[in-house]
Design a protein around this ligand. Structure first.
Ligand SMILES: [Zn+2]
Ligand SMILES: [Zn+2]
Length: 146
């Protein structure tokens, strides 16, 4: 289903819409995401709380069902000194589906930029909630931790 705009926000109908939103957002940001990774907890849940520090480049997702925490990508390298804020939707919901997008350096498998896209579990808002320049190294190892 196409993403619809209402006021200042965009809304989807399924988690696949997150990657579409990340792709268009990344195009405006110059560094175009070419790899996308939906987040799924080992318990099977796709509902997460998301905490980030965009200055330090740290993201943590917490499963809304079993509370398993994952430091996303290379966040574990920068967690010391990070001040994490949890994301809350404009509708006050804190649970999101998450799909991350990664931009690579030209002719390389090395991560250049990380985008974290979300879809609200209450109102279906989709958006890039955080992004930063990220020297994350090899993309295959990196996306395995998203
Ligand atoms: Zn879980
Ligand atoms: Zn919402």
């Amino acid at each position: 289903m196409p993403i619809t705009k209402k006021g200042d926000y965009y809304y989807g109908t399924e988690d696949a819409d997150i990657a579409d939103e990340v792709a268009s957002y990344s195009t405006f940001n110059t560094y175009i995401a070419t790899r996308f990774q939906p987040a799924t907890c080992p318990c099977g849940s796709t509902d997460f709380l998301l905490l980030t520090d965009e200055v330090e480049g740290v993201a943590k997702r917490i499963c809304a069902e079993c509370r398993t925490e994952v430091l996303m990508g290379d966040s574990a390298d920068y967690i010391e000194g990070a001040e994490l804020d949890n994301h809350i939707c404009v509708c006050d919901e804190e649970r999101f589906g998450i799909t991350s997008g990664v931009a690579l350096y030209a002719d390389s498998n090395d991560v250049r930029w990380l985008y974290i896209g979300c879809r609200c579990r209450r109102c279906d808002l989709v958006g890039v909630f955080a992004h930063w320049k990220c020297e994350g190294g090899d993309v295959d190892a990196f996306v395995a931790k998203l």
